[in-house]
Design a binder for this molecule. Structure first.
Ligand SMILES: Cc1cc2nc3c(=O)[nH]c(=O)nc-3n(C[C@H](O)[C@H](O)[C@H](O)COP(=O)(O)OP(=O)(O)OC[C@H]3O[C@@H](n4cnc5c(N)ncnc54)[C@H](O)[C@@H]3O)c2cc1C
Length: 407
């Protein structure tokens, strides 16, 4: 484990500058266009694949960076470029992490490469957990998987919603109920291989922000997958369910997995928010120095300059929380105070606030699509919603701090 330091090492700086270059030269120039088109920017993903920025190898390298800063640094730079396009590039990673976290080595080796495809034929993947009646409350999930022992197949039925890349993915990872008695402990994740009959895309959502990222319903009608598509395998599932039943019998409180599962991945979302916030702040700073009213640049007014001072201070504070949590996750430190949730809560709220301030500093121009802060402000609204809303982060933090079942 590397010593923690606030300074990126030379190798990290090189990678950061390389990602920044891609964000500035390839993502930024087409950000407004893909936002208007509301479509997956396949050509940009392909460009990223060509230089190795869209690949399992690259994300694995960043994930295993011993300082823990590889992933937050990557996210911040890509989302600085544009949030919608960046999510199209990193959305596959959410599904890949689902397999890395629960899959066997064989499953990881088989399915994760198929999620990315190759340079000439790039693919994306989707992670499908949320449902129309099960958003924050994952224990209300209804999609179920039943084991057909005679054929060694699982049969899945249900409707997933809000799935990033849902329906256009080569590989879908679907969370389903396998034991309704066991609450959220009775869930399991399944790989749905490419072209499996019964899986279809439902409604594609027209969104407020991150419009270059595809979000849709995924409908599962008698979807049959081989036994080996259950992540982790049947023996592990049976053991886990037996343990959950024992605990339930003894009255032991089973922690709501839905609320805690993403604790380690939340700093990555915080880093995305830092990227968007920083982008809006930079636009506002530049504008405030060049726009003149009353015969002087608007930044000459404390009312504007102090806003910029607060924006920058909050962005830096958010990054520090994100880096702390990312380092803790890599160092194997326990999140005793829900530090992962803290970082996501703070950074996402900062992004919303800072992008709104940037719109204000740009005045009428900030309100038009001629200037990117308008898009950044719409994009920032997602961070307080997905991977657990701000309210759910506060719930996780408050419960962790107090040990009380706060509702
Ligand atoms: C663009 C986008 C992409 C997404 N991508 C994915 C994806 O790839 N895969 C996936 O599985 N999901 C995805 N999601 C789903 C996302 O994680 C959910 O939208 C989120 O968890 C909130 O669920 P909900 O929308 O049903 O809101 P609800 O749970 O209905 O919440 C509505 C409001 O009630 C509040 N609330 C709920 N419960 C409580 C409580 N106990 N205390 C206080 N307040 C509460 C919430 O904070 C929120 O303000 C995505 C969503 C969006 C919008």
């Amino acid at each position: 484990m590397a010593e923690f330091t606030m300074e990126l090492n030379d190798e990290q700086k090189e990678v950061r500058d390389w990602i920044h270059g891609f964000a500035a030269d390839v993502i930024r120039p087409v950000a407004a266009e893909w936002d208007e088109r509301e479509e997956t920017p396949w050509p940009v993903i392909q460009e990223a694949a060509k230089i190795g920025l869209y690949s399992l190898d690259f994300y694995a390298q960043q994930f295993f960076d011993p300082t823990g800063l590889g992933i937050p640094m990557t996210m911040e730079e890509l989302f600085w470029g544009d949030a919608g396009i960046a999510l199209s590039i990193v959305g596959t990673g959410l599904a890949a992490v689902g397999v890395l976290a629960n899959g066997t080595e064989e499953q990881i080796g088989t399915w994760v490469p198929q999620m990315y495809g190759d340079v000439d034929d790039v693919k994306v993947a989707a992670f499908c957990s949320s449902e129309p009646d099960a958003g924050s409350d994952v224990s209300a999930m209804r999609t179920h998987a039943v084991y057909d022992e005679a054929k060694d197949e699982w049969v899945l039925n249900g409707t997933k919603t809000w799935a990033t890349n849902g329906g256009i993915a080569n590989v879908h990872v679907v969370v389903a109920v396998v034991d309704p008695e066991a609450g959220s402990k009775g869930h399991a994740s399944f790989i749905i291989p490419p072209n499996t009959p019964g899986l279809s895309q439902g409604q594609k959502f027209k969104k407020h922000g991150i419009r270059a990222s595809h979000t849709a319903e995924v409908v599962l009608e008698n979807v049959r997958v081989p036994g080996h598509c259950l992540l982790g395998g049947k023996d592990k599932l049976d053991e886990r369910l037996a343990r959950a039943r024992e605990r339930a019998k003894s009255g032991e409180r089973v922690k709501n997995a839905a609320m805690a599962t993403f604790e380690a991945s939340r700093p990555a979302v915080g880093a995305m928010a830092v990227g968007t916030a920083r982008a809006a702040y930079e636009e506002a700073l530049e504008y405030a120095k060049t726009r003149s009213q009353f015969g002087r640049p608007i930044i000459d007014n404390q009312g504007v300059a102090f806003q910029l001072a607060d924006m920058r201070t909050q962005i830096d504070a958010a990054r520090l929380l994100v880096w702390r949590a990312s380092w803790m996750a890599t160092a194997g430190k326990k999140f005793e105070n829900a530090e992962g949730s803290m970082s996501k809560l703070f950074a996402s709220e900062v992004a919303k606030k800072v992008t709104a301030q940037a719109v204000q500093i740009l005045g009428g121009n900030g309100f038009t699509r001629e200037y990117p802060v308008e898009r950044m402000h719409r994009d920032a609204a997602i961070y307080t919603i997905f991977e657990g809303t701000s309210e759910i982060q506060r719930l996780v933090i408050a419960r962790t701090l107090s040990g009380m079942p706060i509702r």
